[in-house]
Design a protein around this ligand. Structure first.
Ligand code: ADP
Ligand code: MG
Length: 453
C-alpha cells in the first residue's frame, strides 16, 4: 500500500511547484488504508489544516483514481515525532557548532523537508564578482554564525540578480552545518496568504507557532510585497521581534533599500537596518560570462568561451534572462543536432540581439569615461599627454575594443586621428594591468555599470 502513496506523491509532484511540494506534501507520512479511510501522519495541526484546505482534493483525486473508489476520505494523525531532527548523517559527528535547537521536551519540530529551499541555489553554484561580493560575504557570515552579528541580514537589488539564490544558499549551509536546524524559506506573499488564511480559519495560534516557535532561521523573500499591507506587517513585526530576541537568524530580501519601500511601517524599516544591509548590483560583463559558464557546466552544456562571451554581451542586467537564453540555445542545438558555435548562437538568438539604436556606441563610451574622470570629451580625443587625460583615454579605448569590438584603425580615427598601433598598445596595456590593479578594475566596472554593459 505504500506504493499507492508513492504513486500519488509522484503524481502530485508534477502538479505543484517544488516549493509547495517540498513544504507541504513531502513531510506527510502514509499510515495505511482501512476501508475508505486513508490515514496520513503529519507533523502538526497547522500543517493538517493547511493541507486539508489547499491540497486535500488533489490528494484524494489522485488516490481515488489509483484505488478506483470514489468514497475515499483522509484521516489526519498529528505525529510530532515526524518533525524530530533527522539522525546525523555520519556516525562520527563533526565538531558541533553552537546548537541552534534547544531541547524542548514534547516541542514539535518542523521536518527538514519542509524548508522550502531550492536544491539548486547553493553557495557552490554562486559566482562572486564585484557586483555581489558584499551580499555574498554577508550571506556567508550569516550562515556560518546564524543569529549573531549579521542579524537581520537585508539583501536588496533588482530583479534576477541573485537575491533568492543567496538566501537559499544561507539555508542550505546552515542545515548542512547544523542538521536539525529548522529553516523556513518563503516569499512574503506566501506569508501574507498563510496569515490571512489563519485569521479566517481561527488558526492564528498555529500560525504563530509555525513562524515564531518552530523556526530557527526565517528566510523571507521579496519583502516589498508587504508594502501597504498593514495587518500583515503587524504580524511580521511580532514574528520578527520574537525571532530576533531569541537570537534566531532572519534574512530578508527586497527589490529596494529599506527606506525606499513604499508603504512600509517605520518600525519595520528601522529593524531591517539593525543588522547588515547589503546590495546586489547588476554584474559587469566578466561576471556575466563567468555565470553563463557556471550554468553551462551545471547543466552539462558544452559551451565555448566565445559563445559565453557572446551571451554575456547579449543580456545585460538580468541573470535569469541570461540563463533562459543559454537554455534556449542548448535546446535548439540539441534538437538540430548542432554544436553551439558562435555562428549557430548568433543565428539562433538573432531575434534577441539588442536593436542597433539601443546598442552602446563609441561615442557613449567616450562620454561615460569623460564624465567618470571629470575631463572634457575634447580632451579625451585630443593629443594631450597629461596622465589625467591619458589614463581615461586608455580606458575608453579598451572599453570600445572589448565591449564593442571596434577595429583598431576605426578607433584610431575616433580618438583624434591616431595610428592604429597606438590604440593597440593602449588596449594591451590595460589588459595587462587589469588583474594586477584592483583600482583600475573598479573604475572599469563602475563605468560599465553606468553604461549598462
Ligand atoms: P532575484 O531573487 O534577485 O530576482 P534569483 O536569485 O532568482 O534573482 O536569480 C535569478 C537566476 O540567476 C537564478 O537562477 C540564479 O541561480 C541566477 N544567478 C543570479 N546571480 C548568480 C550568480 N552570481 N551566480 C550564479 N547564478 C546566479
Ligand atoms: Mg527572487
Amino acid at each position: 500500500m505504500t506504493e499507492l502513496w508513492e504513486a500519488a506523491l509522484s503524481d502530485l509532484r508534477g502538479r505543484l511547484s517544488d516549493e509547495n511540494f517540498d513544504n507541504w506534501l513531502a513531510p506527510i507520512r502514509f499510515g495505511g488504508v482501512e476501508g475508505n479511510t486513508v490515514r496520513l501522519r503529519i507533523p502538526n495541526r497547522f500543517f493538517a489544516d493547511w493541507v486539508s484546505t489547499h491540497y486535500l482534493e488533489l490528494i484524494l483525486g489522485s488516490m481515488r483514481e489509483k484505488l478506483d473508489r470514489d468514497d475515499l476520505r483522509v484521516h489526519w494523525e498529528v505525529d510530532e515525532s515526524l518533525s524530530e531532527p533527522p539522525p546525523r548523517p555520519t556516525p562520527e559527528p563533526a565538531p558541533a557548532p553552537r546548537p541552534m535547537v534547544q531541547a524542548e521536551p514534547g516541542g514539535s519540530r518542523m521536518p527538514r523537508a519542509a524548508t522550502g529551499l531550492n536544491p539548486k541555489y547553493r553557495f557552490e553554484n554562486f559566482v562572486v564578482g564585484p557586483s555581489n561580493q558584499l551580499a555574498h560575504a554577508a550571506s556567508m557570515a550569516a550562515a556560518s554564525s546564524p543569529g549573531n552579528r549579521y542579524n537581520p541580514l537585508f539583501l536588496y537589488g533588482g530583479v534576477g540578480l541573485g537575491k533568492t539564490h543567496l538566501m537559499n544558499a544561507v539555508g542550505h549551509r546552515i542545515v548542512q552545518d547544523r542538521p536539525g536546524a529548522r529553516i523556513l524559506f518563503l516569499s512574503a506573499e506566501r506569508f501574507t496568504n498563510e496569515y490571512i488564511w489563519a485569521l479566517q480559519n481561527h488558526k492564528i495560534n498555529q500560525f504563530h507557532e509555525r513562524y515564531r516557535d518552530e523556526c530557527d532561521v526565517l528566510l523571507m523573500d521579496d519583502i516589498q510585497f508587504l508594502a501597504g499591507k498593514e495587518q500583515t506587517q503587524e504580524a511580521f513585526f511580532h514574528t520578527f521581534n520574537a525571532l530576533y530576541h531569541a537570537d534566531r537568524q532572519i534574512v530578508v530580501s527586497c527589490d529596494v533599500y529599506p527606506k525606499q519601500i513604499p508603504g512600509m511601517e517605520e518600525r519595520l524599516i528601522s529593524r531591517f537596518q539593525w543588522g547588515m544591509v547589503a546590495d546586489i548590483q547588476a554584474p559587469a560583463l566578466d561576471t556575466r560570462v563567468a555565470i553563463v559558464k557556471k550554468k553551462a557546466e551545471l547543466e552539462g552544456i558544452a559551451l565555448s568561451d566565445e559563445v559565453a562571451l557572446f551571451l554575456g554581451q547579449l543580456v545585460k542586467s538580468n541573470i535569469r534572462e541570461l540563463e533562459g537564453m543559454l537554455l534556449r540555445l542548448a535546446v535548439k542545438a540539441e534538437l538540430l543536432g548542432h554544436d553551439i558555435d558562435l555562428e549557430f548562437a548568433k543565428e539562433a538568438l538573432r531575434g534577441m540581439m539588442p536593436r542597433p539604436e539601443t546598442a552602446t556606441t563609441v561615442e557613449d563610451i567616450q562620454r561615460a569615461v569623460s564624465d567618470y574622470y571629470s575631463i572634457r570629451l575634447a580632451d579625451l580625443k585630443s593629443h594631450r599627454r597629461q596622465r589625467s587625460v591619458t589614463h581615461p583615454r586608455m580606458i575608453a579605448m579598451y572599453l570600445c575594443k572589448q565591449r564593442l569590438g571596434t577595429s583598431y584603425p576605426e578607433l584610431g580615427s575616433r580618438f583624434g586621428g591616431r595610428d592604429h598601433t597606438t590604440v593597440m598598445s593602449a588596449v594591451r596595456k590595460v589588459s595587462g594591468l587589469i588583474d594586477k590593479n584592483p583600482t583600475m578594475r573598479m573604475e572599469l566596472e563602475a563605468i560599465e555599470r553606468k553604461l549598462g554593459l
